[in-house]
Write a protein that binds this ligand. Structure first.
Ligand code: PEP
Ligand code: MN
Length: 379
């Protein structure tokens, strides 16, 4: 289904900002002192545009710290006045929206757990109706693009036109190097479906530790994201939530200065020409690849015919083991990653088997089909 959203494209979040927009602050607002000192240190970097903090925290288990609630709103307000930084918090129900707006919070976001629940998103949308506060919608915890679009649509239908998305990764049961796997193809598809929608990456909740923050942020910038939301705490080790993934403001400053900021529009004609040339090369290689794959499949058809004629089974596992070993060796020599070679040949192999079985089964089924009953007048 087409997504029809009406939002302001040239001033994401209603703020005129240099891209990438940097949103930073602690996972949770814990005390006035913690909020003020983190905010002051972040503002001093001169790189941060928006101060974030969680006031109501959606925690997995009930015994965890669930946020300081309403009193924290006043600390954020104070930090905003002291630093000039607009503030952003998470809202998960209508009471949160009302209290946040009453406290003068500048930007609201819908968290990943809430985005997965259409009833909760609708309640938030209804509470937002008639206001013009900018709203960011995190991806739902599960990798469901339609649910993410649905949440954006609900907020947009309430009249919110300063809208954006936050990509924070998707939870999985398997162990992974990420706390929440990026699945970059999902936000890329969202950007394709809703062109111009501001897209912010939250590497903190993707990584779950500070280790991969820089490469993940770099990937987001290289994919032309509009901004980053990165958690920062004045004393990360003492944080009451997400202690492992928070940077000090100074560490954040260092990381931001190490990122490479590339431009989307290429002014340099020479560079542009070069890029066109390289893209043409890629187009040609892709055509060749498809040609070669089609050749491979017609050989598979011939093999299918041969196996059929000689009564040999399609799948011969020793042959498959040999293919995997051999292709892996060649692939690694050519600098292709083992995972890529493995996945590639699994797909190719599956398609070959489908081709072979089509050849074998079609012949079989034709043979097995009884001759038409010529006495039937309809036939
Ligand atoms: C957060 O931003 O602190 C948070 C709770 O994020 P998420 O909704 O992505 O889990
Ligand atoms: Mn957090």
């Amino acid at each position: 289904m087409e997504a029809h959203l009406h939002f302001v494209k040239d001033r994401p979040l209603g703020l005129t900002l240099d891209r990438p927009i940097i949103i930073s602050g602690p996972c949770s607002a814990e005390s006035e002192e913690q909020v003020m000192s983190t905010a002051r240190a972040l503002a001093a970097l001169n790189r941060v545009h928006v101060l974030r903090a969680g006031v109501w925290k959606p925690r997995t288990r009930p015994s965890a710290f669930e946020g300081m609630g309403r009193p924290a709103l006043a600390w954020l307000r104070k930090a905003q006045e002291a630093t000039g930084l607009p503030t952003a918090i998470e809202v998960a129900n209508s009471r949160h929206v009302e209290q946040a707006l009453a406290a003068g919070i500048s930007i609201l976001w819908v968290g990943a757990r809430t985005a997965a629940n259409p009833f909760a998103v609708q309640e938030i949308a209804d509470a937002l109706s008639g206001t013009d506060v900018p709203v960011l919608v995190k991806n739902p915890v599960n990798p469901d693009l339609e649910l993410w679009i649905g949440a954006l649509e609900r907020i947009n239908k309430a009249g919110i036109s300063r809208l954006g998305a936050i990509h924070r990764g998707f939870s999985t049961f398997e162990r992974s190097r990420y706390r929440n796997k990026p699945n970059w193809e999902i936000p890329i598809e969202l950007k394709r479906r809703i062109p111009g929608l501001p897209m912010i990456c939250d590497p903190s909740h993707m990584c779950g530790s500070t280790e991969l923050l820089q490469p993940v942020s770099q990937t987001a910038l290289d994919l032309n994201y509009d901004g980053l939301m990165i958690e920062s705490h004045i004393r990360p080790a003492e944080a009451l939530s997400d202690a492992k993934q928070q940077l000090t403001p100074a560490e954040l400053g260092t990381m931001l200065s190490r990122l490479v900021y590339r431009h989307e529009s290429i002014d340099d004609v020479l560079t542009r020409t070069k890029l066109v040339e390289l893209r043409e090369k890629i187009d040609k290689i892709d055509r060749d690849l498809l040609e070669i794959l089609a050749d491979r499949m017609s050989v598979a058809d011939e093999i299918g015919q041969y196996k059929k004629d000689n009564n040999i089974t399609i799948l011969q596992s020793t042959r498959w083991d040999e293919i995997v070993r051999n292709r892996m060796k060649v692939g690694l020599e050519k600098n292709l990653s083992a995972g890529f070679v493995q996945r590639l040949f699994e797909i190719i192999h599956k398609e070959s088997i489908d081709h072979q079985s089509r050849v074998m089964n079609i012949v079989t089924s034709v043979e097995a089909t009884p001759l038409p009953d010529t006495t039937d007048p309809v036939a």
